[in-house]
Design a protein around this ligand. Structure first.
Ligand SMILES: *[C@@H]1O[C@H](CO)[C@@H](O)[C@H](O)[C@H]1NC(C)=O
Length: 332
């Protein structure tokens, strides 16, 4: 009788133990698959700031896509808490560099508006250094910068064709990262100069590798994307994910350098093969982001063209294209 009771107790304990173990193991499996569905944590970034993206509300904007198939967030208004992002980046001592090219008549036409508006809206609360590349350093407007903000002027050669100016940018960016920026900044953003900041362009835009959805293409079917279609060009693409706009790209110094080097080498190879990609550096940038998926996408709220009639998705215009003064800036 005593022995039977002992055996029973033993069996019951074994069964209980098995149930306990199984349920814990199942919970472990579920938590792993849950983590897989979160946006990818970026290697190398401080944990404090990586975790921040788990606070994004991917359901805040039901009319638009907020997550790519590879789990990179697409940043739209209402998805993020601006105060929280700024606070964490300030605590993490995030520093930002911005490059902008103002060559030839682009300087007179756009630089002043670009810089004055950046002082009002770009990464407010974080230390920012502007790097202005120009052939006319003495003509860069002088004005008072806010505390913790700095401006450096770098002299560059003026190429004769605007296509070459825009393509040589990539070489200059790569060299500047190596000689000037490395070790000094957490992130780098590269901007076209013919734009004006109109609203917050803040720390929510920072990430390991950042691409911008082109305002004219984000709603179009993929067949309409203007990728390069010449098999001879390094930018040639049969298919892609999105059509990205080269007016803004950014990320860690390492990732931006990889992009700039890729584009520069591709452009040089194209020159040797006597082919020029359809949209110059933008075609190569699209190829780069097809092969190396960006970790963060910015919605067209971050670079809007006011000429577009359908503004239904645009809750905030943070930056707008300036009217293109092609006649004035592109003829010599
Ligand atoms: C940020 O800088 C402050 C002052 O230099 C320092 O005390 C703090 O540890 C730094 N924080 C991080 C996360 O590096």
């Amino acid at each position: 009788m005593g022995r039977t009771a002992g055996t029973y107790t033993c069996l019951v304990l074994l069964v209980l133990g098995f149930i306990c173990f199984t349920s814990l193991y199942l919970r472990y499996l579920t938590s792993i698959s849950f983590m897989k569905n979160l946006p990818m944590a970026t290697e190398g970034a401080p944990i404090l700031i990586t975790n921040l993206d788990s606070t994004l509300d991917f359901r805040a904007r039901p009319a638009v896509q907020t997550l790519t198939s590879w789990h990179a967030p697409i940043i739209w208004e209402l998805m993020f808490d601006p105060k929280l992002y700024d606070k964490r980046h300030q605590e993490g001592n995030t520093t930002v560099a911005l490059t902008v090219f103002a060559v030839g008549r682009y300087l007179d036409a756009y630089l002043n508006t670009f810089l004055t508006s950046a002082e009002k809206h770009f990464m407010i609360g974080l230390p920012v250094t502007y790097y202005v590349f120009t052939d006319l350093p003495e003509k860069v407007p002088k004005f008072e910068l806010a505390p913790q903000r700095d401006l450096k002027v770098v002299k560059v050669q003026k190429n004769s064709r605007w296509q070459d100016i825009s393509m040589m940018r990539m070489k200059t960016i790569s060299e500047t990262i190596e000689t000037e920026l490395e070790g000094k900044f957490s992130y780098l953003f590269c901007f076209d100069v013919d734009q004006e900041f109109k609203g917050r362009f803040g720390s929510e835009a920072l990430g390991e590798s950042v691409a911008l959805l082109h305002a004219h293409f984000y709603k179009l079917p993929k067949e309409r994307f203007t990728y390069d279609k010449q098999p001879k060009s390094k930018a040639y693409m049969k298919e892609g994910d999105y059509y990205y706009h080269a007016a803004i790209f950014g990320g860690s110094l390492e990732k931006v350098k990889a992009l700039a080097d890729f584009c520069h080498v591709s452009i040089m190879e194209d020159k040797m093969n006597e082919v020029e990609a359809l949209w110059h550096d933008e075609s190569h940038l699209n190829k780069y982001f097809w092969l190396n998926k960006p970790s963060r996408l910015l919605s067209p709220e971050y670079c809007w063209d006011p000429i577009i009639g359908d503004k239904s998705d645009i809750m905030v215009t943070r930056l707008i294209w300036e009217p293109k003064q092609y006649n004035m800036v592109r003829t010599r």
